[in-house]
Each structure stands twice: as structure tokens, then as C-alpha cells.
Ligand binder design. Sequence first.
Ligand SMILES: *Cc1c(COP(=O)(O)O)cnc(C)c1O
Length: 564
Amino acid sequence: MYKTAEIAYFTMEIAVNEDIPTYSGGLGMLAGDAIRAAADLKVPLVAVSLLYRKGYFFQRVDPREGQREEPVNWIVEDSLTELEPRIHVAIEGREVAVRAWQYLVHGAGGFEIPVLFLDTDLEENSDFDRTLSDVLYGGDSYYRLCQEIVLGMGGVRMLRALGCNGLQRFHMNEGHSSLLTLELLDEHLALRKDGAVMAEDIEAVRKQCVFTTHTPVPAGHDRFPMELATRLLGEHRAFELEEVFVWNGQLNMTYLALSLSHYVNGVAKKHGEISRHMFAEYKVDAITNGVHVATWASDPVMALFDRHIPGWRDDSFNLRYALGIHRSEIQNAHQLAKNQLIDTLNREINAGLDTAVLTLGFARRFATYKRPGLLLHDSERLRQLSREVGALQIVFAGKAHPQDQPGKEEIKHVLDLRETLRPDVKIVFLENYDMAMGRLLTGGVDVWVNTPLPPMEASGTSGMKAALNGVPSLSVLDGWWIEGCIEGVTGWAVGDGQTESGNEHDDGQDAASLYEKLEHDIIPLYYHDKDRFAEIMRHAMALNGSFFNTQRMMLQYVLKAYFI
Ligand SMILES: *Cc1c(COP(=O)(O)O)cnc(C)c1O
């Protein structure tokens, strides 16, 4: 496995299964789905991430106080296998020992891809260094840079220690792992006698590296003061190359990855454009994200595929042939998935939901740019729609980053309106949104709602999970939905898509458009024209499921970035 690996995929977070809480949201889900697709396609790849013994956090939600965070308790030994090698990285002059835990991802045909979780919780390390594998996106910039040294530089060393000598490409899934470029440069410099770093050294590293940028939101782009960087990393001779390694006196992980990769991409067509504006001096392509079909299809929908679409696990393009499945079968499979969701919620949290009522879903990280409150912008209008046009119920879920006060306020806002709208619109907020819940929700609601503030949603993926389950989206035209939305065929657009940067986006206008679509299209179809609603479900599944999946995405990485 290690000797034959040709691609190394580096990521700060990854969701490999429901029991391993080493992810915060879309970035980690995407990494997991990418690896699962690579295993289906037998791409010789190995993935590297960090272990987080306390996870991201466990979310509790209290009506008065909003979100509270608790460490997640999980037993590493039960889920992962410890590997033998120990490597060291130098941090501020300390030699920090690192080990790796292995998880094997199995493809549809049995091909295996190892995922390495790097861990510093070893006796020989100081108490502080042992905490470096505690939490994801916690701590200050000192803590974060230490983690990124372990991930980027430690990751390359661990791969070498495991015998990975045939690696052709290093893929940085977002900039957190950019320091791997420094390690590759050191490997290269070690091959010849001492001297300054030359253009050909930089070129040799560039040939090996691939970078995917995932967000236009500034918090997603790590920067460290150069003073901190040199304190932790030492006076590396590469730092003399200011145009590559130093930006405005900072070590900028995004620019580092941009400068040292031969292929760079954004994660949807629109996001590629936005990124070309942000990083005008670089060539930036686009590969639109996807989701892994066998991971996100509900049990009843998997059974439906098994009956009608032979080979769908090996080849997701086959979802196209959902066009030949009778509408009533799609409806029935969906109703079963919906019953599963609602029975679970009623049993476990006494949600009081009704399986016959049109159910909207909104679940993702609670960041302000995702505008979780937009659906509730005019609560009286929503109440009136539910009373007079057709009954509505809404399921919300999602975590706010522990330091994101405005994001936490959004959660409280939803909890407040839950009371206001009782009993006309039943609103449920599910605690601790995770992978298992994501699967239940995206397959079980009737319409998936997404309302980001353009152009901040680079891609978004949960609407893709919904689509392959036959659940259409009602979404703002941003990210993947610009490509996936055919109005009234695969779902519905909120607003008119005039999202060129500079244009003010008005919450009131977007909310009004959303209510219009509910009033004139969605609610009437759902209650009075089941056949046409089912036709839209079928198109969501066939047209969007067959394209917005990670098998297609991984093939594009293979063709454009890995093996060229
Ligand atoms: C899919 C998923 C996400 C990402 O959702 P987006 O729509 O891309 O924001 C986040 N969290 C969980 C648990 C998910 O399943």
C-alpha cells in the first residue's frame, strides 16, 4: 500500500466514519468523500491528517444560553490501528516525536486506501506538545502553527518512514498543510551540496504539488507573523526567497501553497472565478466538488438503486439512469427515508413532527455568511404560508465555531423563533450535527434549503447529498447551485442570481423571493401535484446525482492534476 502509493492527500480534517469526530464540517466531509471515491476508482493514494483526541466539540444547545461546547470522548484504539514508526519534527528547537494511527478506507471493489492520523501524545514529549493532537481549530496561532508543522512537515516524514518512495504528487486540501512544501524543498536540497535555494529547486517542488483552495472567507486562510514562524521553524534559508515565502511580513499558508503548486483549483466554476480575482497573479482552475453516493444515500434509496441501477456503487455516472425509474418508486423510497427521520426525531427528542407535512431542512455550520436565519426573516409571512397555503415544518441543525459569537447568536435566534412560531410552524433544532445526522437529514426532508450570502459559498455540498436522494434544493444561486439548478426541473433558485461582486445582497429581498417560491411553486406542488413534484425529485437524483459526486470529481483531479 505505502510502497505503491503515488498520491499523498493532506488535509487538516477528515470524516472517515461516524465514530471518528476529527472534522468540523464541509472540508472534512469532502476529504472523506474524496478518499472514498479514490478507493472506488483504485487511485493509488494515501491520506494524511491529524488526530484530535477531543474532536472538534460536542454541541449542547440550551434555549436560554444557546450553544455550549464539550470535549468529545472517543476511544482512539477502538477505531484506529497504531503504526510502528516514530518520526520527529523540530518546533522552536524541541524535537517533537510523532506517531501515526491508520484507518483503512475500502472502495466498492475492495481496493484499500490508508488514512494516517498523526499524533503527538507520546511520553517523550512535553505536556504542551502532547496536547497538539487534542483539538481541531482550537487554541491560539502558536498552537495552530505547531499543529501545521506536525501535519505538513511531519506528514511527509511519516510517509517516508512508512516506505512511500514512489509519491509523485502532494495534494494540499486547503492551505493548512502548506508546510509540506518546505519539507519537500529540504529533501531536494539534501540531494546536493550546500548552497542557496535556486529557481530549479522551487520548480522541482512545484512539479510535485497540487493545491485546492476552498473558501473566499478570510478566516479560512491561515497567516502567521514571520517572527512567530522563524521562532518555531528556525531561520530557514528558504525564507530569504521573500517572493515565495513571505507576504507582507507574514507566513501566508495560502500564498505558500499557490507559489509552490503546479496546479491550483477552486471548488466550483464560480469559486474558480472568485479565486482568480483574489489571487490574480496565479493560474487557478476549477473542479466542482461532489459527494460520495454510497455514503450519503439513505437505506431506502440504496435499495432502490440496487433494484434499478446495477453497478451504481462502482460508477456513479449510472445515477443518470434514475430517469428510467418510475416516479412512484422514487416517492415511496423517499417516504420511507422521511419516516425514518421523523420517527427517530419523535422518539429521541419528542419533536412532534408529522410524516405527512412538507418538511424543510437547513443544516450546516452556523456561520453568519450562511445566513441560517434567512428562512425565518419574516416569521409572520412564514406563519401565514403554513396556515393558509399548506402546512410546513422545519428541521435545523449545525454548530457555530466556539469563538464565533455572531454564529452562536444565529443559533439563539432560531431557538427564539421556534417558540414564536409554535404551533403554526413546527421548528426543530437538532443538537450536535454530525455525519450520521447529516445522512438522516439530507435524505429524509422534502426540500433542502440553502441561503448563503454570495459569493461566500465556495461550493456547498449538503444540497448534493439531498439531490442524490431525490430531495430538491431551494437555494441561493451561489457555489454549486449555479451549476446544478434548472428552475422547476432540479429545484428552485432564491433570488435572480445577480451576484456579481459589488452588488449588494439584500436579506429582505432574498427572503421575499424564498417565500414567493414556497407560496407559488413548492407548497402547491407538494400538496396538490404529487406527480410533478416527483418528477423534480427524479431529475434531482438523475441529473445532479450523476454529476455532483466525488467519483467524477476524483477523475477530474486524476486527469488535470495528478497524472499529467
Ligand atoms: C455535508 C455536511 C456539511 C457541509 O455542508 P455544506 O452544505 O457544504 O455547508 C457539514 N456538516 C455535516 C455534518 C455534513 O454532513
